[in-house]
Design a protein around this ligand. Structure first.
Ligand code: ADP
Ligand code: MG
Length: 456
């Protein structure tokens, strides 16, 4: 119905009116009411004063019999931003009175006299619910430091790593801790795409000064997935200034990205270099013990009774990221509940049949050899050959170690598949790679990347 009304409005109003005032309205159609959400009080006031008659008329034309009532409300500025956090219901107009701050944010900033801000923090992403292990212990320790000493020497604090590895969780954990230690702190979490969208909106509605003032008045600004700033020059420019202002005022900035900041394409060099001023830290895919710990912890959170051996089984077979583990666990839990059975390894095999088959299918010795060869830009034939030069021998050892890690093949079977080598050669490779991973950071990253490529 609103779509139709829009057509009438488009005819009725001139382009500029239509695009400036009507387009930004978001419609929620209910039984006998259309609620129109305005993105700012500015738009709301204007539409209220000048365009309500046109809107009512358009709606009545679109629905001549029993036209719905039209209500204009303030839609919260960041309603759609909560893609990874809880969604907040837009506040009705009445509650936006100056004397009574709306309840969209969890705490109100009474001391400063400023109105409360919307933090977008997901309160369940805390340090308490974050499982630590080798893969993330540095990041977690640093995050605690930042929470204890915001605006200190880890500024900006930059967390990077693959999807589903807890970057967003850690970022919120810091934000939640800051809020807990100092209720009323001006902490804001935003996905970078939201920052861009808000800025574009502000520009369009001549509110860029408000926008700037707002972001520059924060105690802590948390921007997630900054790789989405790529090639958005104007946003980068604005962010750069906001960023500098905050840093100069010793306000904490926390950023995440799916890769090392210097490797984010389409990001200005000066931004990349500034991102490195504070502390940049990686989160890695969880290793086996951590996967078990995560499964057990999440199981108790969800109220799923998960026997240890079942957790071991899932952790051994599913090596994806934490989000995938969570997904698998939920599925297993639901399956057990529906079929009213207790969780056993057999039940898990049944419930996760497709996932397990998928992993099984991909993790063959041939696939490992091929992936490792591609990764090091050599040929599979080189891996299978007798050549001992370093550029071939090392990838070969890597491939053997990965085969041992990812498959259930025995050492002699692996040796066989690698050009008929002895099982002691395989054992040596496995030990060598383990030892190297502890001392050689690059090699360790290669190993993790390869596991990720092969299992995803
Ligand atoms: P990212 O931002 O790195 O893509 P998220 O922080 O969104 O990953 O994590 C994905 C899911 O996995 C979330 O539900 C999060 O709570 C959970 N998660 C990730 N890492 C951990 C961890 N170490 N302990 C507990 N939960 C975790
Ligand atoms: Mg994230």
């Amino acid at each position: 119905l609103w779509a139709q009304s829009l057509k009438h409005l488009e005819n009725d109003l001139n382009d500029q009116q239509f695009h400036t005032w009507i387009r930004p309205l978001q419609a929620i159609e209910e039984d006998s009411v259309i609620r129109l959400l305005a993105p700012s009080t500015f738009i709301l006031d204007w539409v209220n004063k000048k365009l309500m008659d046109n809107i009512r008329q358009a709606v009545a034309t679109a629905s001549p019999v029993n036209p719905p009532e039209v209500k204009l409300e303030i839609g919260d500025y960041t309603v759609e931003s909560a893609n990874e956090t809880e969604r907040t219901v837009p506040q009705p107009l009445q509650s936006k009175n100056k004397s009574e701050t709306p309840t969209t944010s969890k705490t109100s900033d009474k001391t400063s006299g400023k109105s409360a801000i919307k933090h977008n923090l997901n309160t369940s992403f805390t340090f308490e619910t974050f499982v630590e292990g080798k893969a993330n212990q540095l990041a977690a320790a640093a995050a605690r430091q930042v929470a204890e000493n915001p605006g200190g020497s880890y500024n900006p604090f930059f967390i990077y790593g693959g999807v589903g590895l807890g970057k967003t969780h850690l970022m919120h954990a810091i934000g939640n801790q800051l809020m807990k230690d100092k209720p009323g702190a001006r902490v804001v979490y935003l996905h970078s795409e939201r920052f861009v969208a808000d800025m574009v909106n502000a520009l369009r509605h001549n509110k860029i000064d408000d926008f700037k003032r707002f972001y520059r008045s924060l105690d802590a600004l948390l921007i997630d997935d900054i790789q989405f700033f790529a090639n958005k020059e104007q946003s980068q420019e604005e962010f750069f200034h906001t960023f500098n202002t905050l840093l100069e005022g010793n306000k904490q900035v926390i950023l995440t990205s799916d890769r090392f900041p210097k490797e984010v394409d389409g990001l200005e060099d000066r931004l990349k270099s500034r991102f490195g001023w504070g502390l940049t830290i990686a989160v890695e895919p969880p290793e086996f013990e951590m996967r078990v710990a995560i499964l057990l912890k999440k199981a108790s959170e969800y109220g799923v009774v998960l026997p240890d051996e079942v957790a071991f089984f899932i952790a051994k077979r599913l090596r994806g990221n934490v989000r995938d583990l969570e997904g698998a666990l939920k599925r297993v839990g639901a399956y057990a509940q529906f079929t009213q059975q207790t969780l056993t390894v057999d039940l898990v095999k049944e419930a996760l049949k497709d996932l397990l088959a998928l992993q099984q299918k991909m993790v063959t010795l041939e696939n490992i050899q091929k992936t490792v060869a591609d990764y090091y830009k050599i040929r599979v034939a080189d891996i299978l050959s007798k050549r001992r030069s370093r550029n071939v021998a090392r990838p070969r050892q890597m491939a053997m170690a990965i085969a041992k890690e990812l498959t259930n093949h025995s050492l002699p079977e692996i040796g066989d598949a690698f050009g008929g080598r002895d099982h002691t050669t395989v054992l040596h490779a496995v030990r060598k790679v383990k030892e190297l991973r502890e001392t050689d950071h690059h090699l360790d990253e290669d190993f993790n990347s390869l596991i990720r490529i092969i299992t995803n």
